[in-house]
Design a protein around this ligand. Structure first.
Ligand code: LLP
Length: 420
C-alpha cells in the first residue's frame, strides 16, 4: 500500500516486465489473453500528485469515467477521494454503483436525454455542465416537472485551438460541437436567473485531450475568468470553475504535461476569483497504469513486410487505428540478445486498419510470445467492442503482490445476450 515511488510503471525486473510485484507473464498464464492489467499503486501516486499540485484551490477531482469505467477501479478512486465526470446515464449508473456520491458528480455531453437528466436530478449531482440553450431549456423543464432545482454551469467554448495529437481530440475551438460560444453565455445565464428550477453555480471549459502545453489551459482560463467577472456583475452566484481534463501523459515518446507548472498558473487565478476548482482528469490518472497483454499467434513474412499477428486488435484497443495513437510494445518476458526488427503488429480483425503498430522496430517477436502494449489504461477497455464476434477481454487490478480479477472475460453467451 501507500504511494507508488516508481518513476516508470511496468518496470522490467530481472528481465521480465512486472505490474506491481507480479510478472506480466504470470498474469497472462493465469487469466489468459488478450488481457488488461492495471497497477493500483501507480494510480494512487497519480491521484496524490494531482492533490498536491492543486491543493490550494480545494479541488474536486472528478475522474472522467469514460477513460476507464471499471467498477472496482471507480471504487478505488472513490476511496482516494475522487468524484466523477460523466457523459451518459450509463456512466452515472457506474459511478453511483461504485458508491460515488451525487454531490461529487458533474455531467457533461452535448446530447443529454430527458431520462438521463431525470436520473441525474434524482441522484442529486453537483452540476450539469450545459452545452447548449436547448439543453438548458430541457433541464429547466424536467426539473420543473419534478419540483426540483438543477444546479448547472455552462460549458463555454473558449475558441482556443489546443494542439492535440489528433483532430478528433481537440474540442475547444468554435468548429467543434462542444460548448456554448462564449459570446452567447451571458444571455444564457441571464435567462436562467429568471427560472426557479435552475441554479447557475458554475462555469466549465474542456479544450481537448492529451494536451501537453500549459498555455492553452491558461488562455482558456483567462477567457472564462473574464466572463466570470461580467456574470458576477449581473448577480450570477458562481461557486465553481471546471477546467475539464485532457492533461497529457507521455506515451513513451514525447513530453507529458507539467502538472506543477499548470497548477502554479491556474491555482492562484482560481483562488483570487474565489472559486472552487473542478478538474476532470481521465487519462492522466489511469493511462500509464494500464497495459494491454496480447500473445503472438503467427509471424508472417515473405512479402515486403513482416506481420506479427497477435490475439488482440482494434476491437480491444482502437487508439492506434482510430487516432494513429502510439503505444510502446515489447516482449513481456526476457528479450535476451535479440536484435530489433521492423514489423507491423496486427490483430485478427478483418480490417486493414486493424493494427497496434506499423513499421515498428521491436525485438524480433516469436510465435507464442507475450507482448505488453503500454499506456493502455485509458480509452482501452472503455472503447472495446464485440466487432467480428470478439469477446471483450478480462481486466485485472494489481496492488503490489495482490491480484484481483475485476472483470471476467466475456463468453459466447455474453455475445448473444438480449437478442431474440
Ligand atoms: N472532460 C470532458 C468533458 C471530456 O470530454 C473528456 C474527454 C475528459 C474530461 C477527460 O479527458 P482526459 O483527461 O482523459 O484526456 N478516446 C480519446 C480521448 C477522448 C477524450 C474525450 N473526452 C483517446 O483515446 O485519446
Amino acid at each position: 500500500m501507500g504511494t507508488s515511488v516508481l518513476t516508470q510503471p511496468f518496470p522490467r525486473v530481472e528481465g521480465r516486465v512486472v505490474c506491481g510485484e507480479v510478472p506480466l507473464e504470470d498474469l497472462a498464464t493465469e487469466y489468459g489473453t488478450p488481457l488488461y492489467v492495471y497497477d493500483l499503486g501507480w494510480i494512487r501516486g497519480r491521484v496524490a500528485a494531482f492533490r498536491e499540485a492543486f491543493e490550494g484551490a480545494g479541488p474536486l477531482l472528478a475522474y472522467s469515467v469514460k477513460a476507464n469505467g471499471n467498477l472496482t477501479l471507480l471504487r478505488e478512486l472513490r476511496a482516494l477521494g475522487c468524484g466523477a465526470d460523466i457523459t451518459s446515464g450509463g456512466e452515472l449508473y457506474r459511478a453511483v454503483s461504485a458508491g460515488i456520491d451525487g454531490s461529487e458528480i458533474v455531467f457533461a455531453g452535448v446530447g443529454k436525454s430527458e431520462a438521463e437528466i431525470a436520473f441525474a436530478l434524482d441522484e442529486g449531482i453537483y452540476a450539469f455542465n450545459v452545452e447548449s440553450r436547448s439543453e438548458l431549456e430541457r433541464i429547466d423543464r424536467v426539473a420543473t416537472e419534478k419540483g426540483m432545482t438543477a444546479r448547472f454551469g455552462i460549458r463555454v467554448n473558449p475558441n482556443v485551438l489546443a494542439s492535440t495529437p489528433h483532430q478528433y481530440t481537440a474540442t475547444g475551438h468554435s468548429e467543434t460541437k462542444f460548448g456554448v460560444p462564449w459570446e452567447e453565455t451571458r444571455a444564457l445565464y441571464r435567462w436562467a436567473l429568471g427560472r426557479d428550477a435552475l441554479d447557475p453555480i458554475g462555469i466549465d471549459v474542456h479544450i481537448g485531450s492529451q494536451i501537453v502545453d500549459t498555455e492553452p489551459y491558461v488562455q482558456a482560463l483567462d477567457r472564462v475568468l473574464g466572463v466570470v467577472t461580467e456574470l458576477r456583475q449581473e448577480g450570477v452566484p458562481l461557486e465553481y470553475l471546471d477546467i475539464g481534463g485532457g492533461f497529457g501523459i507521455s506515451y513513451g515518446h514525447g513530453p507529458a504535461l507539467d502538472l506543477e507548472s499548470l497548477a502554479a498558473q491556474i491555482v492562484p487565478r482560481v483562488v483570487d476569483a474565489g472559486l472552487r476548482l473542478v478538474l476532470e482528469p481521465g487519462r492522466s490518472l489511469v493511462g500509464e497504469a494500464g497495459a494491454f497483454l496480447t500473445r503472438v499467434q503467427y509471424v508472417k513474412s515473405g512479402g515486403p513486410k513482416t506481420f506479427v499477428i497477435v490475439d488482440g486488435g482494434m476491437s480491444e484497443l482502437i487508439r492506434p487505428s482510430h487516432y494513429g495513437g502510439y503505444h510502446a510494445i515489447e516482449p513481456a518476458g526476457p528479450i535476451g540478445d535479440r536484435e530489433a526488427t521492423t514489423v507491423d503488429v496486427v490483430g485478427p480483425i478483418c480490417e486493414t486498419g486493424d493494427f497496434l503498430a506499423l513499421d515498428r522496430p521491436i525485438p524480433e517477436p516469436r510465435e507464442g510470445e507475450l507482448l505488453a502494449v503500454r499506456t493502455s489504461g485509458a480509452y482501452g477497455f472503455s472503447m472495446a467492442s464485440n466487432y467480428n464476434g470478439r469477446l471483450r477481454p478480462a481486466e485485472v487490478l494489481v496492488d503490489g503482490a495482490e491480484v484481483r480479477l475485476v472483470r471476467r472475460r466475456e463468453t459466447y453467451q455474453d455475445l448473444i445476450r438480449g437478442e431474440a
